[in-house]
Design a binder for this molecule. Structure first.
Ligand code: DGL
Length: 283
């Protein structure tokens, strides 16, 4: 089935998930929305993140997508159930896939999670881990500054290294053996994080694990693309497409082709209040 897969994020970071999807599912057509006008989501309230999640999903639904991937960890942490109940197509976030991998890898059953303030405060990773294995110790560490450093392009910079060191210090004292990279931006600085964490700690990347789960979902539902050549990739953003292309190249590991700015405010006005109906379901 050649309908596209929809992917959204608060901005550019979700391209780290796209990168893994393209590797594993090269024939799939992908349509991406990055809400660059309203990033960051990670410092916002749960109520606002849920509203943004419904709006972003509604935008992608216009493209007749066959499956929706919430590439943003923050939205996955607070709004995955809301979107699963609001949409008729299958939806996956990035948390469930990565948790199963972390549980397989951690021998000591002591896992660290790094992410935005909203993700860590939501306790979504702890809840997901404990729903599968109750005796695992989970330590969360918000790392908000790392997002700005990556956006700035300081991916191999001493300031970024020192910031990582400072954030990891309390986690490393807990004798963890696994760290979940619970933010779209962190795969870009994975090497620095690994250097600071030390070789005995395994880092788990949500992009790779999510791509594997998506492949399984498509297989199970028998809706894989049957394109003869590589699938298409279309990118929409709510602001400044040039910067998106420039920074996005760093995330994707290859040039991003012409992200298109959409008039998102106008789209929301046209769609009207019905987008928000699922919020009344109190999910
Ligand atoms: N995409 C967000 C996440 O993965 C990071 C950036 C933001 O705060 O919006 O949590």
């Amino acid at each position: 089935m050649n309908k596209p897969i929809g992917i959204f994020d608060s901005g550019i970071g979700g391209l780290t998930v796209v990168k893994e999807l393209v590797k594993l599912l090269p024939k799939e057509n992908l349509v991406y929305f990055g809400d660059t006008a309203r990033i960051p989501y990670g410092t916002r309230s749960v109520k606002l993140i849920k509203q943004y999640a419904l709006e972003d999903a509604a935008f992608l639904e216009q493209f007749n997508i066959k499956i929706l991937i919430i590439a943003c960890n923050t939205v996955s942490a607070v709004a995955v159930d809301l979107l699963k109940s609001a949409l008729i197509i299958p939806v996956t976030g990035v948390i469930e896939p990565v948790v199963s991998a972390a549980l397989n890898i951690s021998k000591k059953k002591r896992i660290g999670v790094i992410g935005t303030t909203a993700t860590i405060n939501s306790q979504a990773y702890n809840k997901q881990i404990h729903s599968q294995e109750s005796d695992v110790l989970v330590y969360g560490q918000p790392c908000p500054l790392l997002i700005s450093l990556v956006e700035e392009g300081w991916v191999d910079d001493e300031i970024t290294r020192l910031t990582i060191r400072k954030y990891l210090e309390p986690l490393l004292q807990k004798e963890i053996d696994t760290i979940i990279l619970g933010c779209t931006h962190f795969p870009v600085i994975k090497e620095l994080i690994q250097d600071e964490a030390g070789p005995e700690i395994t880092l788990i990347d949500s992009g790779q694990e999510t791509a594997k789960v998506v492949k399984k979902m498509l297989d199970n539902m028998e809706i894989e693309a049957n394109n003869k050549s590589d699938g298409s990739f279309k990118c929409f953003v709510s602001d400044i497409p040039d910067k998106f292309d420039e920074v996005g190249t760093r995330f994707l590991g290859k040039p991003v082709i012409n992200a298109e700015r959409v008039d998102f405010d106008n789209f929301l006005i046209e769609k009207g209040e019905k987008i928000y109906t699922p919020l009344n379901l109190n999910v």
